[in-house]
Ligand binder design. Structure first.
Ligand code: ME8
Length: 512
């Protein structure tokens, strides 16, 4: 039976245009989805848009549009962005869809039937920008006397209204037990400590309905109440798996294997979400993997600073695969990172054009020139041949381990170690000098290089699908045999290779 793997991105608020931060989460999730497919899994990869709540209602009003029309427009923009960035999602969910309303309504009823929902009165601070409630202790007072949430800097307002509550306080011990039983649930460990201390600090019941606006999913049998947008939004992950129809074929994918999230929304995914699910008798997800934030030239991206990076524009300047590579290579997944053109150019020119591109170009042009472009056969191996091939053949295991931990930069670093060894090998073997003196050995050296590059390229496909696809064409690996399992079958001796063409261009500053 094929192993199933379910990956999600957060669903993006339709309150503004997509930027590089959104593209980052989606690309990271895409890399894992593509890797799992290559590794023989049946993958379900979900992304989409979060369309309810006050924040979207306000953004639509500011744009002078009817809320649904506005949501349609921005949702499509996010979808176009995902397509443009090569995000290979299997389903695009929108929380305004009928299937999602049905799912939220059923989840609510189950939680209510479990005795975890009661009617009360909410009085406290709310930040529309974060769609989150805050305690007094989480706020700071500005010089003008207004208050903002300390962490996100979002302005808060005092809210007082009738509200349904979820008995989160009753879930403290069960959540702590759950984290203990599932040590891999939250990644990275710094976020895990943050979540544990939040939960250990005591949980208050959570307000899960609002009455002061109507852009949301109605609470069943409670006129005037719409569901809290986070309860609504989180439910998307089970909606897409078919909930409440647990006989649906997609339901076999639940629980999700990895929810990708930014560090800003870990609490919703790692505390509220498993509590809602356990209350409703549904298994919680296997893992919540959170990443850090991108700042631009050291500054937080913001409309007012005018430094918001549009992912499609960036891909146009440097190349889509170059950007995908940069985003996953530049910083550890969980850490924050700074986006700047010099850093992109340096990775693009040094690692892609030089280290990898030249390696391929040098080896393949020697085959083209000296062997009529025919893939040479394997021959007697020297200790150096074996060392390089062993290092390459160890890569799938190392990369798989890093993928399962979402330590993408380490996967790439492991791959680059072998690329650097291959460059040292070609320099030392100098196959160009063997053409006359020992052509048989030259052929063996070139085949060793092709075999090592084949493993490297196979593993790089998820990161840079288009460019690496071309590289594999040049290496003579047929398009339908590029999975990890296919690595066990050697390339066919004598295969006619296409004329080598550089796959990774150097970035040259356009003339002023
Ligand atoms: O939070 N750097 O949606 P959202 C890196 N609708 N990642 C960034 C980023 C940055 N500068 N800015 C945003 C929501 N992100 C909810 C999610 S899920 C059930 C509901 C990423 O549009 C980060 O992953 O505000 C963040 O979590 C995500 O964009 C969604 O942001």
């Amino acid at each position: 039976m094929t192993k199933r793997f379910y990956i999600t991105t957060p669903i993006y608020y339709v309150n503004g245009a997509p930027h590089i931060g959104h593209a980052y989460t989606s690309i990271a999730a895409d890399v894992l989805a593509r890797f799992k497919r290559l590794d023989g899994f049946d993958v379900f990869f979900l992304t989409g848009t979060d369309e309810h709540g006050q924040k979207v209602e306000q953004a639509a009003a500011a744009a002078g549009l009817d809320t649904q029309t506005y949501a349609d427009k921005i949702s499509q923009d996010f979808r176009d962005m995902a397509d443009a960035m090569g995000v290979s999602y299997d389903d695009w969910i929108r929380t305004t869809e009928q299937r999602h309303k049905a799912s939220c309504t059923e989840l609510w009823k189950r939680i209510e039937a479990a005795g975890d929902i009661y009617l009360g009165h909410y009085e406290g601070w709310y930040a529309v920008r974060d769609e989150a409630f805050y305690d007094e202790s989480e706020l700071v007072i500005l010089p003008d006397g207004s208050k903002i949430a300390e962490k996100s800097k979002a302005p808060v307002e005092w809210v007082r209204e009738p509200s349904y509550f979820f008995k989160l306080s009753a879930w403290q011990d069960r959540l702590l037990q759950f984290y203990e039983d599932n040590p891999e649930f939250i990644a990275p460990s710094s976020r895990k400590s943050e979540v544990l201390s939040f939960v250990k600090g005591g949980l208050r019941d959570l307000s899960v309905s609002r009455t002061t606006f109507s852009w949301g999913i109605p609470v069943p049998d409670a006129p005037g109440h719409v569901m809290y947008v986070w309860l609504d939004a989180l439910t998307n992950y089970i909606t897409a798996a078919g909930f409440p129809d647990t006989a649906a074929p997609r339901w076999d994918f639940w629980p999700a294997d990895v929810h990708f999230v930014g560090k800003d929304i870990i609490r919703f995914h790692a505390v509220y979400w498993p509590a809602f699910l356990m209350s409703a008798g549904i298994a919680p997800p296997t893992r919540v993997s959170s990443h850090g934030w991108w700042v631009v030239d050291g500054e937080k991206m913001s409309k007012s600073l005018g430094n918001v990076v549009e992912p499609r524009a960036l891909a146009k300047t440097f190349g889509l695969d170059q950007i995908r590579y940069f985003l996953l290579r530049e910083k550890p997944f969980g850490a924050d990172g700074s986006l700047n053109h010099q850093a992109i150019i340096s990775r693009m020119n040094v690692e892609l054009a030089n280290d990898l591109g030249n390696l391929a170009q040098r080896s393949l042009s020697l085959i083209a020139r000296n062997l009529d472009g025919k893939l040479p056969g394997r021959g007697p191996a020297t200790a150096e041949d074996t060392a390089l091939l062993d290092a390459a053949n160890a890569l799938p295991g190392l990369v798989r381990l890093n993928m399962d931990r979402q330590t993408f930069h380490e996967a790439l670093e492991d791959i680059w170690k072998v690329i650097r060894s291959a460059n040292a090998y070609i320099d030392h073997q100098a196959p160009w000098a063997l053409r006359k003196t020992d052509p048989a050995r030259m052929a063996v050296v070139l085949r060793v290089l092709v075999d090592a590059m084949r493993v490297i390229a196979t593993l790089l496909q998820p990161f840079m699908p288009e460019s690496i696809g071309r590289m594999l064409d040049q290496l003579g690996a047929p398009a339908d045999t590029r999975s990890l399992a296919d690595l066990a079958t050697p390339l066919v001796d004598g295969t006619q290779l296409p004329t080598p063409r550089g796959v990774f261009p150097r970035y040259v500053e356009p003339a002023a």
